[in-house]
Design a binder for this molecule. Structure first.
Ligand code: S3P
Length: 171
Protein backbone atom coordinates (compact mmCIF):
# COMPACT_ATOMS: atom_id res chain seq x y z
CA UNK A 1 0.00 0.00 0.00
CA UNK A 2 2.69 2.49 -0.77
CA UNK A 3 1.46 3.81 -4.10
CA UNK A 4 1.12 7.55 -4.12
CA UNK A 5 -2.28 9.14 -3.78
CA UNK A 6 -2.49 11.84 -6.42
CA UNK A 7 -5.20 14.49 -6.02
CA UNK A 8 -6.26 16.41 -9.09
CA UNK A 9 -9.11 18.82 -9.71
CA UNK A 10 -10.04 22.42 -10.27
CA UNK A 11 -9.02 25.26 -8.00
CA UNK A 12 -11.15 25.21 -4.87
CA UNK A 13 -11.84 21.48 -5.06
CA UNK A 14 -10.32 20.96 -1.61
CA UNK A 15 -7.21 19.03 -2.68
CA UNK A 16 -4.89 20.54 -0.07
CA UNK A 17 -7.17 20.22 2.92
CA UNK A 18 -8.20 16.67 2.08
CA UNK A 19 -4.63 15.78 1.11
CA UNK A 20 -3.17 16.84 4.45
CA UNK A 21 -5.76 14.84 6.35
CA UNK A 22 -5.22 11.80 4.12
CA UNK A 23 -1.48 11.93 4.62
CA UNK A 24 -1.90 12.09 8.37
CA UNK A 25 -4.36 9.19 8.49
CA UNK A 26 -2.38 6.94 6.17
CA UNK A 27 1.02 8.02 7.52
CA UNK A 28 2.19 9.19 4.15
CA UNK A 29 4.24 12.21 3.22
CA UNK A 30 2.22 15.22 2.00
CA UNK A 31 3.46 17.34 -0.89
CA UNK A 32 1.84 20.14 -2.78
CA UNK A 33 3.11 20.95 -6.27
CA UNK A 34 2.28 24.68 -6.00
CA UNK A 35 4.27 24.97 -2.80
CA UNK A 36 7.25 23.17 -4.33
CA UNK A 37 7.19 25.46 -7.38
CA UNK A 38 7.14 28.49 -5.08
CA UNK A 39 10.04 27.10 -3.04
CA UNK A 40 12.07 26.36 -6.14
CA UNK A 41 11.92 29.92 -7.45
CA UNK A 42 11.40 31.77 -4.18
CA UNK A 43 8.28 33.55 -5.44
CA UNK A 44 4.56 33.21 -4.96
CA UNK A 45 2.67 31.69 -7.89
CA UNK A 46 0.90 34.98 -8.47
CA UNK A 47 4.28 36.71 -8.89
CA UNK A 48 5.55 33.97 -11.23
CA UNK A 49 2.51 34.47 -13.46
CA UNK A 50 2.93 38.26 -13.38
CA UNK A 51 6.66 38.42 -13.92
CA UNK A 52 7.49 35.31 -15.94
CA UNK A 53 4.16 34.29 -17.48
CA UNK A 54 2.07 31.13 -17.41
CA UNK A 55 4.31 29.23 -19.86
CA UNK A 56 7.26 29.55 -17.50
CA UNK A 57 5.06 28.45 -14.60
CA UNK A 58 4.01 25.34 -16.56
CA UNK A 59 7.67 24.48 -17.27
CA UNK A 60 8.46 24.69 -13.57
CA UNK A 61 5.39 22.62 -12.78
CA UNK A 62 6.57 19.91 -15.19
CA UNK A 63 9.96 19.79 -13.42
CA UNK A 64 8.31 19.50 -10.02
CA UNK A 65 5.91 16.79 -11.19
CA UNK A 66 8.85 14.81 -12.50
CA UNK A 67 10.39 14.89 -9.02
CA UNK A 68 7.28 14.11 -6.99
CA UNK A 69 6.15 11.35 -9.37
CA UNK A 70 9.26 9.39 -8.32
CA UNK A 71 8.35 9.48 -4.63
CA UNK A 72 6.89 6.54 -2.78
CA UNK A 73 4.13 6.57 -0.22
CA UNK A 74 3.19 10.21 -0.72
CA UNK A 75 -0.02 12.18 -1.01
CA UNK A 76 0.50 14.58 -3.90
CA UNK A 77 -1.84 17.56 -4.17
CA UNK A 78 -1.58 18.89 -7.72
CA UNK A 79 -2.18 22.39 -9.01
CA UNK A 80 -5.38 22.61 -11.01
CA UNK A 81 -3.65 22.86 -14.38
CA UNK A 82 -1.30 19.87 -14.00
CA UNK A 83 -3.52 17.63 -16.14
CA UNK A 84 -3.19 19.96 -19.13
CA UNK A 85 0.24 18.51 -19.87
CA UNK A 86 -0.13 14.81 -20.60
CA UNK A 87 3.49 14.12 -19.65
CA UNK A 88 2.57 15.07 -16.07
CA UNK A 89 -0.28 12.59 -15.94
CA UNK A 90 1.84 9.81 -17.45
CA UNK A 91 4.54 10.37 -14.85
CA UNK A 92 2.15 10.59 -11.91
CA UNK A 93 0.34 7.42 -12.96
CA UNK A 94 3.48 5.25 -12.80
CA UNK A 95 3.59 5.14 -9.01
CA UNK A 96 0.26 6.67 -8.14
CA UNK A 97 -3.49 6.26 -8.01
CA UNK A 98 -5.17 9.37 -9.37
CA UNK A 99 -8.25 10.82 -7.68
CA UNK A 100 -10.28 13.61 -9.19
CA UNK A 101 -11.92 15.75 -6.52
CA UNK A 102 -14.86 17.17 -8.37
CA UNK A 103 -17.57 19.60 -7.33
CA UNK A 104 -20.50 21.28 -9.00
CA UNK A 105 -19.63 24.48 -10.91
CA UNK A 106 -21.80 26.44 -8.47
CA UNK A 107 -19.91 25.23 -5.44
CA UNK A 108 -16.55 25.79 -7.14
CA UNK A 109 -17.56 29.35 -7.93
CA UNK A 110 -18.68 29.84 -4.35
CA UNK A 111 -15.42 28.45 -2.95
CA UNK A 112 -13.22 30.56 -5.20
CA UNK A 113 -15.16 33.81 -5.46
CA UNK A 114 -13.21 35.64 -2.73
CA UNK A 115 -9.87 34.36 -3.95
CA UNK A 116 -7.22 36.91 -4.89
CA UNK A 117 -4.19 34.63 -4.77
CA UNK A 118 -4.93 32.49 -7.81
CA UNK A 119 -3.94 34.34 -10.97
CA UNK A 120 -6.23 32.44 -13.32
CA UNK A 121 -9.32 33.37 -11.36
CA UNK A 122 -8.67 37.06 -11.83
CA UNK A 123 -8.06 36.95 -15.56
CA UNK A 124 -10.40 34.39 -17.03
CA UNK A 125 -13.92 33.07 -16.76
CA UNK A 126 -13.65 30.22 -14.23
CA UNK A 127 -16.71 28.39 -15.53
CA UNK A 128 -15.41 28.36 -19.09
CA UNK A 129 -12.02 27.19 -17.84
CA UNK A 130 -13.65 24.42 -15.82
CA UNK A 131 -15.69 23.25 -18.80
CA UNK A 132 -12.64 23.22 -21.01
CA UNK A 133 -10.64 21.21 -18.48
CA UNK A 134 -13.26 18.66 -17.51
CA UNK A 135 -12.38 16.11 -20.23
CA UNK A 136 -8.73 16.25 -19.15
CA UNK A 137 -9.59 15.72 -15.50
CA UNK A 138 -11.89 12.83 -16.31
CA UNK A 139 -9.48 11.02 -18.57
CA UNK A 140 -6.63 11.36 -16.07
CA UNK A 141 -8.65 10.05 -13.11
CA UNK A 142 -8.66 6.48 -11.82
CA UNK A 143 -11.45 7.51 -9.45
CA UNK A 144 -13.79 10.48 -9.30
CA UNK A 145 -15.10 11.76 -5.97
CA UNK A 146 -17.90 14.30 -6.02
CA UNK A 147 -17.19 16.57 -3.08
CA UNK A 148 -20.13 18.95 -3.56
CA UNK A 149 -22.11 17.66 -0.60
CA UNK A 150 -19.23 16.25 1.43
CA UNK A 151 -17.36 17.51 4.46
CA UNK A 152 -13.57 17.11 4.34
CA UNK A 153 -13.55 14.02 6.53
CA UNK A 154 -16.12 12.41 4.22
CA UNK A 155 -13.95 13.18 1.20
CA UNK A 156 -11.03 11.57 2.99
CA UNK A 157 -13.06 8.48 3.86
CA UNK A 158 -14.23 8.15 0.24
CA UNK A 159 -10.68 8.39 -1.09
CA UNK A 160 -9.37 5.88 1.45
CA UNK A 161 -12.10 3.38 0.61
CA UNK A 162 -11.34 3.48 -3.10
CA UNK A 163 -7.62 3.40 -2.48
CA UNK A 164 -8.04 0.17 -0.50
CA UNK A 165 -10.29 -1.30 -3.19
CA UNK A 166 -7.68 -0.44 -5.80
CA UNK A 167 -5.02 -2.36 -3.87
CA UNK A 168 -7.31 -5.31 -3.13
CA UNK A 169 -8.05 -5.70 -6.84
CA UNK A 170 -4.36 -5.89 -7.59
CA UNK A 171 -3.22 -8.26 -4.84
C1 S3P B 1 -3.87 26.67 -11.44
C2 S3P B 1 -4.21 26.24 -10.17
C3 S3P B 1 -3.47 26.62 -8.97
C4 S3P B 1 -2.02 26.99 -9.32
C5 S3P B 1 -2.01 28.02 -10.41
C6 S3P B 1 -2.70 27.56 -11.68
C7 S3P B 1 -4.67 26.20 -12.59
O1 S3P B 1 -3.44 25.53 -8.05
O2 S3P B 1 -1.31 25.87 -9.75
O3 S3P B 1 -2.62 29.17 -9.90
O4 S3P B 1 -4.18 26.33 -13.73
O5 S3P B 1 -5.78 25.70 -12.38
P1 S3P B 1 -4.70 25.09 -7.14
O6 S3P B 1 -5.56 24.19 -7.95
O7 S3P B 1 -4.06 24.36 -6.01
O8 S3P B 1 -5.38 26.32 -6.71
Amino acid sequence: MNRNIVLIGFMGAGKSTAGKMLAEKLEKRFVETDELVEKKVGKYIKKIFEEDGETQFRELEIEIIKEVAEMNNAVISCGGGVVMNTINVERLRKKGVIFLLNASPESILRRTSEDHKRPLLGSSNPLALLKNRMPFYRSAADFIIDTTELAVNEVVTAVMRRYHEYHCQRE
